[in-house]
Design a protein around this ligand. Structure first.
Ligand code: CP
Length: 293
C-alpha cells in the first residue's frame, strides 16, 4: 500500500494483510518510526477518525504537525492542491485528508506525498471500512458466507459504499435496508425489509442518518417513524442470532438508528470498532510509510 484513496484499489490480500497487522499491533507488536512528519487535514468535522489517526500516529512515534482548516490559509482561498504541496515542501511525509468533495484525491495525483483518505464526501471511507472488517474478522475469523445487512442512508453513505465493495469481494452476502429515497441503485445489492431478515444476519451494520447531507429530502421522517421502520429496536435486537453483532460507524443518533439502551448492549461492537480504529490506522500508516521509503 503506497497510499490509500479508495477501498476498491485494495486487493483481498491487501485487506487481509492490513487486518493481520492491525491485530498484531493490538496484541502488542511494536513499530516506531523516528523523524517522520504527518499532518491531518480535516475539512469536515470528525471526532473518531481525526483523534484515532492522531493516536495511531503518536503510538508509531510520528511527529504530528497541527493543521486547523479554520486558521489555515485555506480561509484566504488557497486551493487544496497548493495546501498539500506546501505541506510536502516544508517536510511532511504523509497527509491524512477528509474533504466534502467526492474523489478530491484525484486533484492531488501530481504530488509526491502519500495521501490517506479520511473520507471523501459521499464517496469512500476506506479506513472506517478496514476497521469494520477487522472487527468482523475478530468475531468470525472469516468473511466468506457471512450474512450482512447495511441499514439506513445508503445513498449518501461513504461507509456503505466502501463496506459493500469490500465485503462482497471477500465473499459475504451484503443486502441493504433503506427508505426508498435513500436507496442507491448504482450498487447491485438487493434491498430487504429489516423484519424479514433480522433473525438470519451475522452482522447488522447501522448507518447514521446524515442530516447535514439531506437538505429537504428527509422531510416526512420523524425520529420515531424512522426508528420504527428502519432502526434497531429492542424487539429487533431480541430477534438477532446469539452470535450476531451490531456495528455503527458513529456518531450515533440515539433512538433513531438504534435504541439508546442498545448502544452498549452485549451484541454491540460500536466501541470495539473505535478501539480497532487506532490499530487499523497504525497498520495503514506503517504500510504507507514502509512502501514510500
Ligand atoms: N465514523 C466516523 O468517521 O466518525 P467521525 O466523523 O467522528 O470521524
Amino acid at each position: 500500500m503506497k497510499h490509500l484513496h479508495s477501498i476498491t484499489a485494495l486487493s483481498n490480500q491487501d485487506i487481509m494483510d492490513t487486518i493481520h497487522r492491525a491485530i498484531a499491533l493490538k496484541n502488542g507488536k511494536m513499530l516506531h518510526y523516528g523523524n517522520i512528519f504527518t499532518a491531518n487535514l480535516f475539512f469536515e468535522n470528525s471526532t473518531r477518525t481525526k483523534c484515532s489517526f492522531e493516536m495511531a500516529e503518536r503510538k508509531l512515534g510520528l511527529q504530528v504537525i497541527p493543521f486547523d482548516t479554520s486558521t489555515s490559509s485555506v480561509s484566504k482561498g488557497e486551493s487544496l492542491y497548493d495546501t498539500c504541496k506546501t505541506l510536502e515542501a516544508i517536510g511532511c511525509d504523509v497527509l491524512v485528508i477528509r474533504h466534502p468533495e467526492n474523489e478530491y484525491y484525484k486533484q492531488l495525483e501530481g504530488l509526491n506525498i502519500p495521501i490517506i483518505n479520511g473520507g471523501d464526501g459521499s464517496g469512500q471511507h476506506p479506513t472506517q471500512c478496514l476497521l469494520d472488517l477487522m472487527t468482523i474478522y475478530e468475531e468470525f475469523g472469516k468473511f466468506e458466507g457471512l450474512e450482512v445487512i447495511i441499514c439506513g442512508d445508503i445513498l449518501n453513505s461513504r461507509v456503505a459504499r466502501s463496506n459493500y465493495y469490500a465485503l462482497t469481494n471477500l465473499g459475504a452476502n451484503v443486502r441493504f435496508v433503506a427508505p426508498e429515497i435513500w436507496q442507491d441503485h448504482s450498487l447491485p445489492a438487493s434491498y430487504v425489509q429489516i423484519d424479514d431478515v433480522i433473525n438470519k444476519v451475522d452482522v447488522c451494520m447501522l448507518l447514521r442518518v446524515q442530516h447535514e447531507r439531506h437538505g429537504d429530502t428527509n422531510k416526512g421522517f420523524s425520529k420515531e417513524s424512522y426508528n420504527a421502520q428502519f432502526g434497531l429496536t429492542k424487539a429487533r435486537y431480541d430477534h438477532l442470532k446469539d452470535t450476531a453483532i451490531v456495528l455503527h460507524p458513529a456518531p450515533v443518533n440515539r433512538d433513531v438508528e438504534i435504541d439508546s439502551d442498545l448502544v452498549e448492549a452485549p451484541k454491540s461492537r460500536i466501541f470495539k470498532q473505535m478501539e480497532n480504529g487506532v490499530f487499523t490506522r497504525m497498520s495503514i500508516l506503517s504500510q504507507v510509510l514502509e512502501n514510500n521509503r
